[in-house]
Design a protein. Structure first.
Length: 352
């Protein structure tokens, strides 16, 4: 059977209608829909529309705030801190990115810390909002209400996967980095549990600290290993600490406050190369580096060397041209939500 492809614009409108019907203000509903579809287009399917049912449940349960604006904790022009008031994480992060990009032209670099946000999804989905303008973007997120990753050598969860991302202009396609401090994620673990599958490698520990590939151990006190696994997990552990400091530390709200329910802390920095040696000098260096990586002789069994984000950019281009394939079962769950909310599933969703 041929893979079903969905028209990107129509699918985004459908997701927007779901979030709007659930009670999100229109601008927030539109932004959440766009970010989730963007993640799917880039191939980050665990952080795309697969998250929509969970987000809609959060709206119904009052865990996600439907309307309003963040509370400004501090604003020094180039340094801004918000209390996100559990507003949609996608909308908060896009708003912060827009603010940082606007102010970076004046200050050279602008940093925004957000505490008490709802989940922000796929970090890579935000980066081109800066790189398209020639700016560098650094973005990190943690969830102080979760603890599925143990410190290296330990057996009790302290951290979440704590992703960190960067968008780097090159003069051509940007380099888009999106990595987690853990070796895998909670969402991927949940997907495998739902599908009755296990990981290919021993990326988790059971409650007693024994390595395993069975994600079900997370439901019984198990933990996800830091990036680097059993051999070099001290590297992911160190990265997790850095992300916690940048997100929860700078926002001033985190694990020590014992937040309940879905909660995220965000660190965003936008850098304008023109405030340093200049944008031409910047892309001269990054463009050379990108070319050197691509031209590097591949090892046996590797077709060619790719840059971080290269496959995501290609997938997005294909989705825009031919239509977007969703992970199995995702659209059926969206239809269930549509029936619940009285949203019509339009006939124009399938790509032509």
């Amino acid at each position: 059977m041929a893979e079903k492809l969905y028209d990107v614009a129509a699918l985004t409108d459908f997701a927007f209608a779901l979030f709007k019907a659930a009670g999100l203000e229109p601008d927030k509903a539109r932004t959440v829909a766009e970010i989730l579809v963007e993640a799917d287009m880039m191939g980050h399917t665990t952080h795309g529309l697969a998250l929509a049912p969970w987000y809609l449940e959060s709206i119904r349960n009052g865990v996600m705030t439907r309307s309003g604006a963040p509370k400004v904790v501090s604003d020094r022009g180039a340094c801004v801190t918000w209390d996100g008031l559990r507003l949609p994480g996608a909308w908060l992060t896009v708003s912060a990115m827009d603010l940082a990009v606007e102010r970076a032209a004046t200050y050279g670099t602008v940093t925004v810390a957000i505490g008490n946000s709802h989940h922000i999804g796929c970090l890579a989905a935000y980066l081109t909002r800066a790189t398209d303008r020639g700016f560098v973007a650094l973005l990190a997120s943690s969830s102080p209400s979760g603890a599925s990753v143990a410190p290296f050598g330990g057996t009790q969860g302290v951290f979440t996967p704590n992703p960190i991302a960067a968008g780097i202009p090159t003069g051509g396609d940007p380099i888009l980095i999106d990595v987690s401090a853990s070796i895998t994620t909670n969402n991927m673990s949940s997907r495998l549990i739902g599908e009755g599958r296990t990981f290919e490698h021993q990326w988790l520990l059971d409650r007693n600290g024994n390595p395993t590939n069975d994600p079900k151990v997370l439901n019984d006190g198990g933990t996800i290993l830091p990036a680097g696994g059993l051999d070099h997990g001290q590297k992911g552990y160190a990265l997790a600490i850095l992300v916690e400091a940048l997100t929860q530390g700078l926002a001033g709200f985190g694990r020590v406050d014992g937040p309940a329910g879905t909660n995220a802390a965000v660190y965003l920095q936008v850098i304008d190369p023109t405030a340093f040696a200049g944008d031409a000098a910047f892309v001269r260096q990054t463009g050379w580096l990108a070319d050197a990586c691509r031209k590097n002789p591949p090892r046996p069994g590797v077709e060619r060397v790719r840059l971080p984000g290269e496959s995501s950019i290609w997938r997005k281009q294909q989705a825009l041209a031919d239509g977007l394939a969703l992970h199995e079962g995702v659209f059926d769950k969206l239809k269930t939500e549509a029936e619940r909310l009285g949203v019509e599933v339009g006939p124009n969703l399938q790509a032509q």
